[in-house]
Design a protein around this ligand. Structure first.
Ligand SMILES: Nc1ncnc2c1ncn2[C@@H]1O[C@H](COP(=O)(O)OP(=O)(O)O)[C@@H](O)[C@H]1O
Ligand SMILES: Cc1cn([C@H]2C[C@H](O)[C@@H](COP(=O)(O)OP(=O)(O)O)O2)c(=O)[nH]c1=O
Length: 203
């Protein structure tokens, strides 16, 4: 398998972490070199920024600048070198999350996000974005059963409905890059959709 940059997106609790692990195993079984990483995070510096973003209160501009700062470090130290080696990169969230959470959720201006996107990543975009789409109430129920909430996960379903609308808008702007995965069914059914999205691209 040649170089691929695949991102996993969706509201908290939609199933990204579950399926990133499953896909990594399947691709490794086929002989691919796979790097699994996440945002904000993926480097020592970016993981420190993640702690701040997830647990300290701050205004939406500060939040936006920190997620892009984390992304810049992650791109330079991990993602770009891995893609240059020909590895497959599976990344739990990327810039679509900034448009969805800071843009949709917080109402931060999308044109400023677009400018920062250009500064931080140039023309680089994922080759495929798997958008795990789940109703906000269903996602909240899955989260409640699984873990304690961070700053984002404590938001109400109206916030997550705006985040979801943010993802829809990003998909509408770049439909060829996106595959929408209906996350409402059992794990194996969701996994079949992930496989189908890769197969549809001949991967
Ligand atoms: N298809 C599914 N049906 C029911 N529960 C699921 C499904 N997929 C994942 N879960 C569970 O829901 C919770 C949230 O899933 P997770 O993969 O952590 O989501 P995310 O990474 O998108 O926040 C976890 O406890 C996980 O085991
Ligand atoms: C990458 C990114 C994440 N986030 C938020 C969304 C998530 O609530 C949080 C961390 O994401 P995530 O890794 O999905 O959390 P968890 O480990 O609990 O599954 O960061 C943003 O607000 N903007 C961003 O650009």
């Amino acid at each position: 398998m040649t170089r691929r940059f695949i991102t996993f997106e969706g509201i908290d609790g939609a199933g990204k972490s579950t399926h990133i692990g499953r896909l990594a195993e399947r691709l490794r079984g086929r002989g691919a070199n796979v790097v699994v990483t996440r945002e904000p995070g993926g480097t020592e510096l970016a993981e420190q920024l993640r702690e701040l973003v997830l647990h300290r209160s701050m205004d939406p501009l500060t939040e936006t600048l920190l997620v892009f700062a984390a992304r810049r470090d992650h791109l330079q130290r991990v993602i770009e070198p891995a893609l240059a080696r020909g590895d497959t990169v599976l990344c739990d969230r990327f810039t679509d999350a900034t448009f969805a959470y800071q843009g949709g959720g917080r109402g931060f201006p999308l044109d400023v996000l677009g400018t920062l996107e250009g500064w931080v990543q140039g023309a680089l975009q994922p080759d495929l974005t798997l958008w795990f789409d789940l109703d906000p109430a269903a996602a909240a129920a899955r989260r409640a059963a699984a873990r304690a909430a961070d700053r984002f996960e404590s938001e109400d379903t109206a916030f997550f409905a705006r985040v979801r609308t943010g993802y829809l808008a990003r998909m509408a702007a770049a439909p060829a890059r996106f595959a929408r995965i209906d996350s409402s069914g059992p794990r194996d059914e969701v996994e079949r959709q992930v496989d189908a999205a890769l197969e549809a691209r001949g991967w």
